[in-house]
Each structure stands twice: as C-alpha cells, then as structure tokens.
Write a protein that binds this ligand. Structure first.
Ligand code: NA7
Length: 538
C-alpha cells in the first residue's frame, strides 16, 4: 500500500448530506450492519433547515406531518408547538433525532464532497472531500437535497456595495437586527414572502424588489391545540398510511369533481373554506382538475387574485402583486403570515423590477432602470439551482469516466429519480424524476431511503456486487416523467421546477408529477420484479 492509499478510508457506503435524507439513510444502513460515513458541509445536521435561518423561515407542510414516521415512539414523544413548524423548531427536532439515534459519530461535519468517481476495476466509489480526505465505498448515496445550492444573480457592482448583504439560504447564525435600517429584499418566492413581513416590522424602510408576483395563501399559523395533537397522535399510523398513498404526501383527499362542474356559488364557498383553513393543500385538492385544466385553474387563481385586491389597500400595489403569468399551483404556492397586508404599512414599498430591472449596485444601494435606492442592507431571496445544482457541483464520474455533468448536459436523466444509467451503486435520494419537491418531502425521503436500503439488502442477499439502471429503463422513465407532466399545467410556468430560474440551465420539467402514492407503487413493483429495469453484477 503506497502513501496515498494509506489515507483512503474503506467503507461500505458514503452518504453525502446530513439533512432529513442523509440522517435516515445513515440509520437504515447502519441497521443493515454497513460501515457508513456521512459527509456534511454544515456544522450540524439539518440540511436546508440548517442553512435557511432567515427571520420568518417556516415549513409550508404542517408540523405533525413534516416529520419522520419510521419511529412510532419518536412521533409520539416529540411535541410540536405550532401548526406550521418554524426553522428553529425543525432544527431542534432533527438535533433530537441525531441524539436519539446517536448519528453524529458517523458524520463528518464542515466538509464538502468534491468528487465521486466510480472505479470499474474494483466496483467501488472513490469519494474525495475539500478537507483532503478520500473514502472508498461500495455504495454512494447522494442525500444532497433539492434546494441546497443558493443562487445570487451576478448584479453589476454588487461587490462595491458597502452595506450588509444576506442570502436567505445562507443566513448568519447570529441574530441580525434590521431596526432603523433601510432594507431591500430581492425576490418574492417562498423565502421572500416569509422574510418580508418580519423584516418590515423592524426596518425603517423596506423596499421589496419584485420581478414576478407569486400566489400566496395564508398559513393561519398558531399554537397547536393540545386536543388536536392528542387526536392526531392517536391516529398517527392511519394518517401516515394515507399520506403514503396520497398525491402530495399529505393525508388530504382530493375532490374528484371538476371545478367547472359545480355552480359558481358552491365553488366560491369551497375556496373560501380552503382559504380560511390556510396552507396550499386545501386549495389544491379542492377540485380534481385544478392542475390539469386551465379554465378550472383560473377559477381558483381568480379567487386568490380577488383576495389580494381585498387585502392590499393601494390598487396599484395590489395589481402589481397579482400573479397572471402562471396557473395557480404550477409554481410552489407560497404560504405566508401577513404577506399581502404588509404592503399596507407606510414603511414598505413594492418596486416592480419587471418593467424596470435592477441595473447595478452602487456603494450605497442599487439602481433600477427607473430609479436609485439608498439601502443599508440587501437580502437576496433569489432562490436555488434546484434539484441538480448540488449534484453537479460535485465531480461525479461513472463508468468509463463519464461525468454526470456531461451526461446531464441537456437535462437530468434518471431511472425513478433514484438511479442513473452508467453510475452503478449510486443512489440519488429525491433526485430529479421523483415526486420530491412536489410533495411533503419527508414522506418522499422516507420512501426513497427505505427503497434504497431494501435494494442494498437484496443485493447482499442475492450475492450481487452492483446494481445500475439500464439505459432503456432510464429512457423510458424520462419519457414517462415528461408525458405525465404534459398532461398537467405545470410546464406552463417558468419555475425552478423547469430550471427556468437559472440562465442557461436546460429547460426540463424535473420532478415527477404522477403523485406520491402511484410513484411508490411503481417503485415497489420494480423491486418485486427483481429490480426490473436494473442490471446487476456479480
Ligand atoms: P424562488 O422561489 O426561486 O424565488 C426566487 C425569487 O427571486 C423569485 O421571485 C425571482 O423572480 C427572484 N429573482 C431571481 N433573480 C432575480 C433578478 N435578477 N432580479 C429580480 N428578482 C430575481 O426561491 P425561494 O428561496 O423563495 O423558494 C424556493 C423554494 O423553497 C420554494 O419554492 C419552496 O419549495 C421552498 P422570478 O420569479 O425569477 O421573476
């Protein structure tokens, strides 16, 4: 063994990322008796919830549903305090899980994976990190998350700006005080919509730079009622079972009527009830064709537009806040607390950067094509290179040294969102081509992790060393993902689902819209048929 080999650590599996996915993957693989190492860039567990510490950061899925289901004792013991969990509370939960399962001893923190190369001779993955470590493992699991590589538009002069800048997805650990300051928020996606109402309460003046308005529905967040919690917990197994077979990973039944098949007054009552209930799901499941038929969708979209007009006092601001460029729900619906009402505050101003884009930053603020703004702080709520960004930041190479970047040059190609042809023993948790971001992602994560662990156990039991998707199965799956997407309104939106937010990124609708339940059935069927569409090697 030479010197360089002496530094290589031999493992059964490397897992990249210690968010919801990586943590559970570690637990499952340990359960199989595998020697596993998780590599995580952050200083602690949590993934996206470790980085997204901006004021107002909160999940848009209800607490009782946005947590692991694999440990009945854990779900009974853990006490969520609010209907929708705040970022600090989710992080506390994940911290607790890491302690409970004693996960940290197998996690290397503050370390980024830089490359993962498949060695065909040895049938092993060589994984290197920015700390100079090298691991060799039979399996490599990418638990890298769908929203983990932030995007900051390269505005001219941004480095010359003398004020403070922040990105919502890379928020400092120390509290940031905006009291008395002139703040600019760029971006009005979920992050912008959450951060704006909170910063508005502190800032002397808040400018919200909006290019495209989004649909947002109130969360009606608040403390959880102990009786509700008791009742929910008494039915936990049933709730979880319903979530697993549902469309979006939440136990809500979809109304099978068409929105166009009911009288307008009845529809209005239903939308009012959904709005009063809060969150995106009640609205999305109100009628079966909301995401498939433009006319049907328009009834719900117009309902939300009317709400915006009712809430926002200045008609010009209300009009600017009104989304008209995409059907409701074809971009992830935002879930807010007082977002629209915040524009009634005298210290808040909406700036339309669609008609007059941001041209440059200056030392003391920024200039749009129409005006100059003096700012002390700028918050970038400008989103992520979603779904593929983090995977492609790593130099991943499969058979024949083929790089994933080349293979995905025209858009991601996977089989089931789990596996890539030519990349044996590589698994992508919630990868492109899986329901992931269109669902309660924890439900999707558990399904992927369990499927992957079962697959690895099966390989061992059958005496196989490798498994990989066949190019044919991959092609078929990609075609199926596109075909299903094309039966919906989703491709009509310029969203990060299609890569439209990143200049030059191939336009491909990345998630699988077929639904969490049907997707699970497909994956289970594949496994039952001896991993149909995969090739195994001795
Ligand atoms: P999003 O949803 O990608 O939102 C990013 C926002 O930033 C969006 O409003 C963009 O406007 C805006 N943006 C991006 N570049 C620019 C420039 N150059 N000028 C002005 N405005 C810009 O990211 P989020 O972090 O809010 O949410 C991501 C997901 O996290 C969310 O969907 C939930 O699932 C959780 P655009 O729409 O491109 O015109």
């Amino acid at each position: 063994m030479n010197d360089s080999n002496a530094a290589v650590r031999e493992l059964d599996a490397v897992v990249v990322g210690a968010g919801f996915s990586g943590m559970y993957m570690l637990h499952k693989l340990r359960g199989l008796g595998l020697k596993v190492r998780v590599i995580e860039a952050g200083e602690n567990v949590g993934g996206t919830w470790y980085w997204n510490r901006y004021p107002g950061a909160r999940c848009d899925v209800m607490s009782m549903e946005y947590c692991y289901s694999f440990d009945p004792q854990l779900e009974q013991e853990w006490e969520w305090t609010e209907r929708y969990p705040s970022q600090p509370e989710i992080l506390r939960y994940l911290d607790h899980v890491a302690d409970r399962l004693d996960l940290r001893r197998d996690i290397t923190f503050r370390t980024r994976v830089t490359s993962a190369h498949y060695d065909e001779g040895a049938n092993r993955w060589t994984v290197t990190t920015d700390a100079g470590e090298t691991f060799s493992a039979r399996f490599c699991v990418m638990a890298t998350g769908c929203l983990s590589t932030t995007r900051k538009p390269p505005f001219e002069g941004v480095d010359a700006f003398r004020g403070r800048t922040f990105h919502t997805g890379e928020w400092p650990h120390e509290p940031v005080d905006f009291t008395g300051r002139r703040v600019g928020v760029i971006g009005t996606g979920s992050s912008g919509i959450q951060v704006v109402p909170v910063v508005a309460q502190q800032a002397a003046k808040l400018h919200v730079f909006q290019r495209t308005p989004n649909f947002s529905i109130p969360a009606h967040n608040g403390p959880l009622d102990p009786d509700f919690v008791k009742q929910f917990k008494s039915r936990y197994p049933a709730h979880r079972a319903e979530a697993r077979v549902s469309l979006f990973g939440v136990p809500w039944a979809i109304d099978m009527n068409s929105a166009l098949g009911v009288p307008p007054e009845e529809r209005q009552r239903k939308y009012e009830a959904a709005w009063a209930q809060g969150g995106a799901t009640p609205m999305l499941v109100a009628y079966v064709d909301l995401l498939a038929n433009e006319q049907a969708n328009e009834t719900a979209a117009e309902f939300v537009r009317q709400k915006i007009r009712e809430i926002v006092k200045d008609p010009k601001t209300a009009e600017l806040l009104t989304p008209r460029d995409h059907p409701l729900g074809t971009k992830r619906i935002c879930v807010d607390t007082d977002y629209y009402a915040t524009f009634n505050r005298p210290n808040v101003e909406l700036v339309d950067v669609r008609s007059a884009p941001i041209v440059r930053f200056t030392a003391t603020g920024l200039e749009t094509a129409a005006a100059a703004y003096e700012l002390d702080d700028v918050i970038f709520a400008t989103g992520y290179d979603a779904m593929t960004g983090t995977l492609l930041r790593i130099d991943v190479r499969g058979r024949g040294g083929v790089s994933l970047r080349d293979k995905w040059a025209d858009g991601p190609k996977t089989y089931l969102g789990l596996s890539v042809a030519g990349f044996p023993n590589l698994f992508t948790i919630t990868g492109p081509g899986s329901p992931s971001v269109l669902s309660n992602v924890v439900v999707s994560i558990e399904q992927h992790v369990e499927w992957t662990a079962d697959c690895i156990a099966w390989l061992r039991q059958e005496g196989y060393a490798t498994i990989e998707a066949t190019p044919e199965a991959e092609e078929k799956w990609v075609a199926h993902v596109n075909e299903v997407a094309d039966t919906t309104l989703f491709p009509k939106a310029n969203s990060w689902y299609t890569g439209a937010n990143i200049p030059g990124k191939p336009r491909v609708f990345m998630p699988y819209v077929g639904g969490v339940g049907p997707y699970r059935e497909i994956c289970d069927g594949v496994a039952k048929k001896g991993y149909e569409g995969f090739r195994v090697g001795a």
